[in-house]
Design a protein around this ligand. Structure first.
Ligand SMILES: [Fe+2]
Ligand SMILES: [Fe+2]
Length: 187
């Protein structure tokens, strides 16, 4: 029997990219769908892995970021109050399916190689946050500016700054993890 193997590329499949749509309201729906996925599914799963790997401080960091992804969705919902429950985006559904596949093997792999799984989850979290703050959300901000919607533009800029901070936190956590030190509690 072959050992379960989880690569960084496989974990990156758990990333759902929000899509810029024809108008700002549709873009906002995709944004909220993805942020709520990160809040409810992706980061809680990463936290579960860290917990199982005996890294409670890292689990706390994943949960703290999960909470902020929720906030991002709340900020946008305040501006687009008739969003309701956005339709599940194709890419989000694909990411959920990928995560389900990984979950099936993950507990066994964590038992064999806990550091490997946690290190890869952190590396993926950095990539996810980088994609969002460098590439995806600045375009959403610019779409809002073009639609003469400064309030939405301001919120997207706040999100960009927040995702940048998430990337910084995960980079620091990964550096410390690789250095073999305990991750200090976040303020
Ligand atoms: Fe976010
Ligand atoms: Fe984030």
């Amino acid at each position: 029997m072959s050992k379960p193997e989880i690569t960084e590329a496989m974990i990156f499949e758990c990333f759902a990219a929000a899509q810029q749509k024809e108008n700002g309201a549709q873009t906002a729906a995709s944004f909220v769908d993805v942020e709520e996925y990160e809040n409810q599914i992706m980061y809680p799963e990463f936290a579960r892995w860290a917990e199982k790997a005996g890294q409670p401080e890292l689990a706390s960091l994943f949960r703290k970021v999960a909470g902020e992804e929720k906030l991002h969705a709340v900020w946008l919902r305040e501006l687009y109050q008739d969003l309701g429950q956005p339709e599940r985006g194709e890419d989000t559904q694909r990411a959920i399916d990928a995560l389900t596949t990984i979950r099936a093997n993950c507990d066994a792999l964590i038992a064999q190689n806990p550091e490997g799984v946690v290190e890869k989850a952190l590396a993926v979290a950095i990539s996810v946050e980088e994609r969002e703050y460098r590439d995806i959300y600045p375009h959403f901000r610019d779409q809002a500016i073009a639609e003469n919607n400064p309030r939405a533009a301001e919120v997207y800029q706040r999100v960009v700054d927040s995702e940048r901070q998430h990337a910084d936190w995960f980079r620091a956590a990964l550096d410390q993890f690789r250095a073999g030190m305990a991750v200090p509690a976040m303020a």
